[in-house]
Design a protein around this ligand. Structure first.
Ligand code: XMP
Length: 530
């Protein structure tokens, strides 16, 4: 057993979606994208580390296997290898980059080391226009190359399907055995028609049905949850974020009254958020909801605390204690549900692996202690964020929740610099609401910014209002664009929008007389100011 097998302790799709696609991960930074693209074609795909036990992989009854790219050369000492079951299984195989080199080597072709990596955009000419891999595609394709080694001679039975300036074997295949390789990365956006290539592979070549959609995801997940919890009771912490909200809606569909949600209001939510949570989940969905207003307790504990790390620690500990106390009041609850999603699962599995190439630190949203005596239910464990959103919409959650931007677990505490008091929080909430309203009106909250918010600074500056001198605090506006929140750029917001937000904040929000816009990228800045 490998450490990575934690990734796939149970399958989501062994029943009706049995017959999806297995992706073996050889360490490319793009492997997750392969799964996302395949799923966008309506076909279930699951990731496995390349040396996961055969039984575990084959339990999915795959109709096709994709071998990802990776940073190694097939000649490296201890280079990852091709497990025997891949070729034995008889299902179609697509090797991408390193995956193609592995196939070549395993089938008797020749891979040679190159002095230099080929990296970047390239043009590919499709020679085998009748190949099912390139069905309905033009003969010229813009692609993204990233490889070191190259193929010198093909295995027996294989032919070149496409060439690039640098490679006579930009794509190759054995049509009889339905095995293919591409030197480029069809999964990245720099290969604009790459999704079509992957769709051709999974649907035309592997014969998968395109039946992975919000409705079928819900059906699968409901069945799996019912199977896991039986008649047991489940408790779930609602944070206001997308993931816990969708998990709640899904569990409600699956087990109704067996679910109780606990919402701990720490007083650090944004404007109108607590009311919206209570209204949506309590009134509209009719979920058993325990809403605890712990504002006083949290603000009491935070009184006079200005150090960001101490703030976080106090909030984290108090949150757990409050949640635990409420959960204990519920009596015989067996399960704790969490809104863990697939990228969290993949990333933490990768992090545990020796020599991992992707290392990511997680901020845990309201993380609960491991010694809580619950069994875990994770209904979103196999879903990407875009799938979580589709499921949320299909289950009837409002757009404001489904399309909510990420919000840190410690809430406004990381955006209210200096002393945290109710008055300062109200100032921050009002400014933040104006900024987000202006972004929403300009259509820039859902697209155009990945995260946008106001920060209240513990700095006073002089201003003039009417004939009076003012001496009040400063609001900093922060808006960033990012794919993964590990790096980010400041959003180039239109000046008019910034002007409207600034003027409204100064005029409408008491205690603020100056607004600045943060133009720091990450790195060297972080997204939150803390
Ligand atoms: P930074 O500030 O590190 O933030 O660039 C990266 C992303 O993480 C979010 N963030 C948190 N999320 N608990 C969370 O759940 C936290 O303690 C926390 N701190 C930062 C931040 O909002 C951004 O999306």
């Amino acid at each position: 057993m490998t450490q990575h097998s934690a990734l796939n302790t149970q399958h989501l799709a062994t029943s009706t979606h049995g017959g999806g696609i297995v992706i073996l991960d050889y360490g490319s930074q793009y492997t997750q994208l392969i799964a996302r693209r395949v799923r966008e074609s309506g076909v279930y795909a699951e990731l496995f580390h390349w040396d996961t036990d055969a039984d575990q992989v084959l339990a999915l009854e795959p109709r096709g296997i994709i071998l990802s790219g990776g940073p190694n050369s097939v000649y490296d000492e201890s280079a990852p290898t091709l497990p025997a079951y891949v070729l034995k299984s008889g299902v179609p195989v697509l090797g991408i980059c390193y995956g193609m080199q592995l196939l070549t080597q395993a089938l008797g072709g020749k891979v040679v080391g190159a002095q230099e990596r080929e990296y970047g955009p390239a043009g590919v000419e499709v020679a085998a226009t009748d190949s099912p891999l390139f069905k309905e595609l033009p003969t010229h394709l813009d692609v993204w190359m990233s490889h070191g080694d190259r193929i010198e001679s093909l295995p027996q039975g294989w032919q070149s399907l496409a060439q690039s300036g640098n490679s006579p074997f930009a794509a190759m295949g054995d049509t009889t055995k339905q095995r293919y390789g591409v030197q480029f990365h069809p999964e990245v956006s720099h290969t604009p028609l790459g999704t079509a290539i992957l769709r051709n592979f999974v649907i035309d070549i592997c014969g998968c049905a395109a039946n992975w959609n919000a409705a079928s995801i819900i059906e699968e997940s409901v069945a799996r949850v019912r199977d896991q919890v039986g008649s047991g009771r489940v408790v779930l912490g609602l944070s206001g974020g997308v993931d816990s909200a969708v998990a709640a809606a899904l569990l409600n569909r699956a087990i109704g009254d067996q679910l109780t949600c606990i919402f701990v209001n720490h007083g650090l939510m944004r404007k109108d958020e607590p009311e919206q949570i209570i209204n949506t989940f309590g009134a509209q969905f009719g979920i058993n909801l325990v809403a605890v207003d712990a504002t006083e307790t949290f603000l009491g504990a935070l009184e006079g605390v200005t150090d960001p790390e101490r703030k976080r620690k106090i909030i984290g500990e108090l949150f757990v204690r409050t949640f635990e106390a409420e959960a204990n009041k519920l009596g015989d609850v067996e399960f704790l549900a969490q809104g863990t999603i697939y990228p969290d699962v993949i990333e933490s599995a990768a992090k545990d692996r020796p020599g991992a190439h992707r290392i990511k630190t997680h901020h845990n949203v309201g993380g609960l202690p491991e010694d809580m005596k619950f069994k875990l239910v994770e209904p979103l464990r196999y879903l990407f964020k875009d799938e979580v959103r589709k499921v949320g919409t299909e289950l009837g959650l409002p757009d404001e929740i489904v399309w909510r931007q990420p919000f840190p677990g410690p809430g406004l505490a990381v955006r209210c610099l200096g002393d945290i008091t109710w008055e300062r929080l109200e100032t921050l909430r009002a400014a933040d609401a104006i900024f987000r309203e202006e972004l929403e009106n300009a259509g820039m909250l859902r697209t155009g910014t990945s995260q946008a918010f106001a920060v209240l600074l513990p700095v006073k500056s002089v201003g003039v209002m009417g004939d009076n001198r003012t001496y009040e605090e400063v609001i900093a506006l922060r808006a960033v664009t990012t794919d993964d929140f590990m790096t980010a750029d400041w959003a180039r917001l239109p000046y008019d929008l910034l002007a409207r937000a600034s003027s409204r904040i100064v005029n409408e929000v008491r205690g603020v007389n100056r607004v600045t816009y943060d133009i720091t990228s990450k790195p060297p800045g972080t997204i939150e100011w803390e």
